[in-house]
Design a protein around this ligand. Structure first.
Ligand code: GDP
Length: 367
């Protein structure tokens, strides 16, 4: 069939018809090894500690992999990197799509890199599972950072539950820190539970807001505001400046109604423009002051301890659930019991007890 773009209105463009299936492949290519052999855990660790970005990226790919061979290497690498991790500022950045996260991360990132050191930008994107591709952490969205030698940008891992995706990002933080990245940004869309996951792995949580929509306080869940250590109102430029200031005042008064957070730090509200690069040092100055404050009062270490504990239980939860729900007999039994519950032949509790009793009777209580 003639391709529509071969119409004469598209001068200078011809589209050839494609070939359904090439008859053969180049014999030279067919004989070549397709994949590079997997590096050993020792080689990966050595590369990571040297700051070798290729080795870091390969290790992160193993962390994200679902293959048990890859996971075994990944876990060994993480364990060996752990003593070299922890020395970074972990900053979570959230905001609804269009709030200006990528524009802001680009300029905040450059600002941080000017002060020396390195920056890793990671992401947790709950939608990536559905879309099979991540919208966050995409290099093309951070034009300046993506070509900076001190920046490592990694999109959200895409497989598994939110808990699983978040755990992989947390493990990636360990690897990045061991590779000398002393600033870690974790980006997420401010629309759902992913903030809780990000909050449980960062030291500072920045909420990017917009002004000028007339309903500044709507659309953000109270819980997200409660988690924020700083709220910044973006796009404070041109004729939006006054609206941004008004939103700033509204957020400040809304925050006064919240109890003092456990850090003892009162979240600040600032305005800035990511696009025109206005107010960036001021936002960073706030973050510097926060770190000085929580390191002084001991909250920094307490929060990291709490997070380590949280991830231990979170991982146990995740493993128990996936082992239980992926057991073929359990799957079959659940289907059967569910129908009986719906037919009112047994109660929900009896059904649950029966399935669990069966599962434990198989010797699954010793994991
Ligand atoms: P994200 O979806 O949160 O990552 O948002 P983006 O960074 O992609 O920004 C969404 C849109 O807002 C883009 O068209 C940006 O150019 C624009 N934008 C971002 N920051 C600013 C700003 O400070 N001022 C103005 N006027 N526009 C901005």
């Amino acid at each position: 069939m003639e391709h529509p773009e071969n119409d004469s209105c598209y001068t200078g463009l011809t589209v050839n018809s494609g070939v359904a299936q090439p008859p053969s492949v180049n014999p030279y290519l067919a004989g070549r090894r397709r994949r590079k052999p997997l590096p050993s855990a020792g080689e990966l660790v050595e590369g990571i500690l040297r700051g070798d970005v290729t080795m870091l990226a390969r290790a992160v790919t193993l962390v994200e992999s679902v293959s048990s061979d890859h996971q075994a290497i990944a876990q060994e690498v993480i364990e060996k990197c752990l003593p070299h991790s922890g020395e970074s500022r972990r900053i979570g950045i959230t905001g609804v799509p269009g709030a200006g996260k990528s524009t802001s991360i680009d300029v905040f990132g450059l600002h941080v890199l000017k002060q020396g050191g390195k920056l890793a930008v990671l992401a947790i994107d709950p939608s990536s599972e559905r879309t099979k591709g991540s919208i966050l952490g995409d290099k093309t969205r951070m034009e300046k950072l993506s070509v900076h030698p001190g920046a490592f940008i990694r999109p959200s891992p895409s497989a598994g539950s939110l808990g699983g995706v978040a755990r992989k990002t947390r493990e990636t933080i360990v690897l990045c820190e061991a590779a000398g990245y002393n600033n870690i940004f974790v980006e997420t869309v401010g629309v759902g539970q992913s903030e809780t996951a990000v909050h449980s792995m960062v030291d500072f949580f920045l909420l990017i807001q917009l002004a000028g929509t007339g309903d500044e306080l709507q659309g953000i869940k109270r819980g997200i505001m409660e988690m924020a250590d700083g709220i910044v109102i973006n796009k404070a430029d041109g004729d939006n400046i006054d609206r941004a200031r008004l939103a700033q005042a509204q957020f400040r008064s809304a925050l006064r109604l919240f109890p003092t957070p456990p850090s003892g730090w009162t979240p600040e509200v600032l305005t800035y423009s990511g696009y025109y690069e206005l107010g960036i040092p001021e936002v960073w100055d706030m973050i510097d002051r926060y770190f000085a404050f929580v390191k002084e009062n001991g909250y920094f270490d307490r929060r990291r301890d709490d997070q380590a504990r949280y991830w231990m239980y979170e991982t146990i939860d995740d493993r128990l659930r996936s082992r239980f729900y992926n057991d073929p007999c359990v799957m079959q039994m659940l289907k059967d019991k569910e129908q009986k519950v719906l037919d009112r032949r047994i109660s929900s509790f009896i059904a649950a007890r029966d399935v669990l009793d069966y599962y434990y009777s198989k010797g699954n209580d010793a994991l």
